[in-house]
Design a protein. Sequence first.
Length: 188
Amino acid sequence: MATAKRLTWLAVLGEKFYRTNLEFFHDFILLLRWYFIGSEADKEINHEKQAVWLKENLIELGPTFIKIGQSLGTRADLLPLPFVKALGELQDNVPSFPNSIAFARIEKELGRKINEVYAEFDIEPVAAASLGQVYRAKLFTGEEVAVKVQRPNLTAIIKGDIEILRKVTKFAERFPSLNENADWAGML
């Protein structure tokens, strides 16, 4: 049974990689080409569009790639300002996941209904980030609290993404020009 689950998971992961990541990496290579080969005027015109495109695609790829984007968003020494600004938005401006999933997770963790634990509970998250989202609530004692909820299937998603990234880095190691001053596998 474990083998069947693993094979199903690998098939889903493979389909995800093929459909989403392969398209992303193709477009990412085009982005790098524009960045390094284009004229200065072209670079300036395209940086804002490219930065937004990169941010949106990292969000689409999920938590692991959002984390990578967050890290890159702090590197003004590596990236032009439009990229730093766009990727900086990933720190606290990520789409939330459905409240129904979050509420079910809270109730499962607590073993009780939300209204049995909290006197008040905001139905919209205060913030959403790569790994979860936060709700404002008030206990029956009157104390205000923040309730953090992890994104669904986070561990499996991150493990799958890291497996994909390991394969991509192994592939990239075949091209010496991509490895100058970079230890891609070491970063994982």
